[in-house]
Design a protein around this ligand. Structure first.
Ligand SMILES: Cc1cc2nc3c(=O)[nH]c(=O)nc-3n(C[C@H](O)[C@H](O)[C@H](O)COP(=O)(O)OP(=O)(O)OC[C@H]3O[C@@H](n4cnc5c(N)ncnc54)[C@H](O)[C@@H]3O)c2cc1C
Length: 181
């Protein structure tokens, strides 16, 4: 058993601490803020308001499911997920907003109403994104990152151009849609 100090009580520090405790180590987490959560912490004001300081989107749900399963739990032991529809609003100004629907075919209709032909491009974009997500999760995310040899994987080497790791996201999106600069 080792005595281990972790600096920072964000998602990374807390999850690392949980795994190290599970492995039988004595773990101490040091946090400079008055509350845990890091960039995902919540701010409570004296007036009774609560602000989420970071994440809005519940991305990569499988990562959370795997984490809790590793400790014999499920996500629903700790929080309930509720699908929002619309997913979110983009507010351009007073009385000027766009609601983004949860349903994908409604989203395609919205895209098409803004730019003719963009629904098909959105579908292609999503297919590519699914490939990148799957490759990222299967081949990258759970690797410990101790040696470059971990990444000498034929699928990764072959897919490096398909993954577009050297292209900015802005440039990538603009290759699909006519977004003004
Ligand atoms: C505005 C915003 C929106 C976001 N939206 C999303 C989203 O929609 N979906 C999503 O998945 N992600 C989102 N993210 C990203 C997500 O919040 C972060 O990726 C995640 O919280 C990072 O966790 P972390 O533990 O790696 O780092 P951090 O949360 O940064 O944790 C690091 C911790 O270390 C502490 N620390 C640093 N230095 C020291 C020190 N010397 N001594 C003691 N403590 C120290 C910090 O105070 C902090 O608590 C968003 C982030 C922001 C800011």
């Amino acid at each position: 058993m080792s005595k281990i100090a972790i600096i920072g009580a964000g998602f990374s520090g807390l999850s690392a601490a949980a795994y190290l405790c599970q492995a039988g180590h004595e773990v101490h987490v040091y946090e400079k803020n008055g509350s845990v959560g890091g960039r995902a912490r919540q701010l409570y004001t004296d007036e009774g308001y609560m602000f989420d300081m970071g994440p809005s989107w519940y991305w990569m749900p499988g990562v959370f499911e795997k984490f809790f399963a590793d400790f014999g739990h499920t996500v629903s032991d700790f929080y309930q997920l509720k699908l929002l529809d619309p997913s979110f609003d983009i507010i351009y100004g007073e009385n000027d907003k766009m609601s983004i629907p949860e349903n994908f075919s409604k989203l395609c209709t919205l895209f098409e109403s803004i730019e003719k032909g963009s629904a098909d491009k959105l579908k292609t974009f999503m297919e590519e994104a699914a490939y990148k997500y799957k490759t990222g999760i299967d081949k990258l995310v759970y690797k410990p990152g101790l040696s470059y040899r971990e990444f000498l994987d034929m699928d990764l080497v072959k897919g490096v151009f398909k993954l577009q790791v050297f292209t900015s996201f802005s440039k990538h999106v603009r290759s699909f849609l006519s977004i003004p600069n």
